[in-house]
Structures are given as structure tokens and as C-alpha cells.
Design a protein around this ligand. Structure first.
Ligand code: XMP
Length: 316
């Protein structure tokens, strides 16, 4: 697409001019927006840009590793900060969803700042896109106000960094297409929406590393079943939820007492409304049997058949 290539070239030149010989830092998550912004910036200033990946331990199974590999293979200089223990420590004893979100957001900023301060950067790269600009009601170019839903909102306030927002004028589908034309691999561009607080809001109630380990296993089996059956292409968002509920069952000839997990698959265009996806029964059956045989701690699997509204997509 020549229009997008022209845009990319223009942006790269613009970033070069703005940044000069300064350094740029930015938080990367593997999300489409931050990835595209980072590729443009790396093309423009090379190693003067450093991406920081804050691993909160609440991504999908292996996603932290895969995302970092993919970003590095795009030529981005990246620091991968494993802060999972710090996140679990901060989350100890917290079961209220909004409080969990706040703590995860705050801890994210704390970790990011700590790392960014070592780099002596003058610019903060943000993958702000046009819909963020509208939603935040940001009229002024310097306003970094991003709705609290976003992972990195509120970052630069104390840091005294100038904002760099190269894809501010693009719509989501334009960002994705630009990503393709920049050679970003499809697996990064077609990822499902994933909440900033990650599995933190999919582990109902108190979060700890053991529950995160269990949920990652369950979720990855569910995703694998959906992928292999070809069903994932028809689904907007799918995931597993770990409930703070134990249920009686039999495993072998023994009575067992295991976690209940819920599976959810929904279709939506922008997440404002959603309808549950009618998964074929044999796929549900396979997911259930693979989960209960593969994850010892889980004794029962249920499927969520609630639309949004009245429910939300996430359980918390
Ligand atoms: P709900 O659960 O509100 O979700 O129906 C709508 C969409 O937003 C995602 N979501 C979040 N994204 N931080 C995020 O970055 C959050 O705290 C958060 N909560 C929900 C959800 O996955 C769905 O795509």
C-alpha cells in the first residue's frame, strides 16, 4: 500500500527531526499500537529508542517470552523486566476488582519509571491512536490523559518527558495495515484484545502466583482447542476465568475437590456490546476433558452464556 508506505517514510523523517540526538523510551506490551509506534521509532532513531516490557506475571502462558522475541526480531532494543514477584506482593490480600486494577496500574508505573530513569531519555513514546485522542477528550497536544482502561495512562506526568505520539492521527485498522506494511508478523497484529491488568481480572478474588500458574494452563489449553478446531478465527475474544469456588468430583476412584473454571468466548466489534459465541458442543467437550485431565487442580468446567449487556466481557 503506497499510501501507508509514504506515511511511514514521512513519520520516520519526522521522528528523526523531533528527537535529534536525544533518547526515547516507551512501554511495550506486544499490543498493536505500541508495537507499530515502536517500529517506526526504531527505524528513525535505532538504538536511541529503548522499549521497556514490564512483565507483571499476568500475561497468557508464554506470551511474555513470545512477545519479547517478536519485538526484538523487529529490530527494537528491548528491556524485559520481570517484575512478577513485585506485582504478586502488592496484590496480596486484595480481592476488589477496581482495587486490583489500581494496584496493577500503579505498580506498572513504578516499575516502568524505575527502569526508564536509568536511561536518561528525553522522550516518552506512546502508541496513542485517534480513538484514544477522542475518548480522552484531549484537546491539547501535550495532554497525556488516557482513559484509565489503558495500561500506561498517566505515565509521563512526573517523569518530565516530552511525548512522542507518531500514530496519533490513525484509526485502528490503519494502524494494523501500517503494521503489515512495516513487516510486523501477523501474530502480533491479530492478537485478541487483552486487558492491561491481564489475568489479574480473570482470577476472581485474591490473586497469587499459584492461581496464575493454574489459570495460564487452563487458558492455554482452551486457546489451543479453539485454534486447532479453526474456531478461534470466528471469535473476537476468548479466555478462561478462575473462580474462587471449589467443587466436589471424582478422579480415578477418589473423591476430589477442585477449582471451578469458566470459559468465555464472545463476538463484538468494539467491546461495548458483545454476544456469546455458540461454540459447537464437541469443542466444548474437548476443552472440558483436556482441561480436567491436564490440570490436576481443576475439577469442573463451565461455559459462560451471557451477553453484554447485561454482563461485561470480563468477569471483573
Ligand atoms: P468489559 O469487561 O468492560 O470489557 O466488557 C470490554 C473490553 O475491555 C477489555 N478490558 C480492559 N482492558 N484494562 C484494559 O486494558 C482493563 O482494566 C480492562 N477491563 C476490560 C476487555 O478485555 C474487553 O475487550
Amino acid at each position: 500500500n503506497w499510501k501507508l508506505s509514504a506515511f511511514a517514510e514521512r513519520k520516520v523523517e519526522e521522528i528523526k527531526r523531533i528527537v535529534g540526538s536525544s533518547k526515547v523510551v516507551g512501554g511495550l506490551s506486544g499490543g498493536v499500537d505500541s508495537t507499530v509506534a515502536a517500529v517506526l521509532t526504531s527505524k528513525a532513531v535505532g538504538d536511541a529508542f529503548t522499549g521497556i516490557f514490564v512483565n507483571h506475571g499476568l500475561m497468557r502462558k508464554n506470551e511474555d517470552i513470545e512477545v519479547c522475541e517478536a519485538l526484538r526480531s523487529l529490530g527494537i532494543k528491548l528491556i524485559n523486566v520481570d517484575a512478577s514477584e513485585e506485582f504478586f506482593r502488592e496484590l496480596k490480600g486484595i480481592d476488589n476488582p477496581e482495587e486490583k486494577r489500581k494496584i496493577i496500574g500503579k505498580t506498572f508505573i513504578k516499575v516502568f519509571e524505575r527502569e526508564a530513569n536509568k536511561l536518561n531519555a528525553s522522550f516518552l513514546l506512546q502508541g496513542t491512536i485517534y480513538s484514544d485522542v477522542i475518548e480522552s477528550g484531549a484537546a491539547s497536544k501535550n495532554s497525556a490523559k488516557i482513559k484509565s482502561h489503558h495500561n500506561v495512562g498517566g505515565l509521563p506526568d512526573k517523569m518530565n518527558l516530552k511525548l512522542l505520539e507518531p500514530i496519533r492521527e490513525l484509526f485502528k485498522d490503519e494502524v494494523r495495515n501500517l503494521g503489515y506494511s512495516l513487516g510486523i508478523e501477523p501474530s502480533l497484529l491479530t492478537r485478541q484484545p487483552f486487558p492491561g491488568p491481564g489475568l489479574g481480572v480473570r482470577i476472581i478474588g485474591e490473586v497469587d502466583s499459584e492461581k496464575a500458574r493454574i489459570l495460564k494452563e487452563v487458558d492455554s489449553i482452551f486457546m489451543d482447542v479453539l485454534r486447532k478446531s479453526g474456531e478461534s478465527e470466528k471469535i473476537w475474544q476468548s479466555f478462561a476465568v478462575l473462580l474462587p469456588v471449589f467443587s466436589v468430583g471424582v478422579k480415578g476412584d477418589k473423591r476430589s475437590y477442585g477449582y471451578v473454571v469458566a470459559l468465555r468466548a464472545v463476538n463484538s466489534s468494539e467491546g461495548m456490546t458483545a454476544s456469546w459465541h455458540e461454540l459447537p458442543h464437541e469443542i466444548l467437550r474437548e476443552a472440558s476433558s483436556r482441561i480436567t485431565s491436564g490440570v490436576r487442580e481443576v475439577g469442573r468446567v463451565v461455559f459462560d452464556i451471557t451477553d453484554k449487556p447485561p454482563a461485561t466481557i470480563e468477569w471483573e
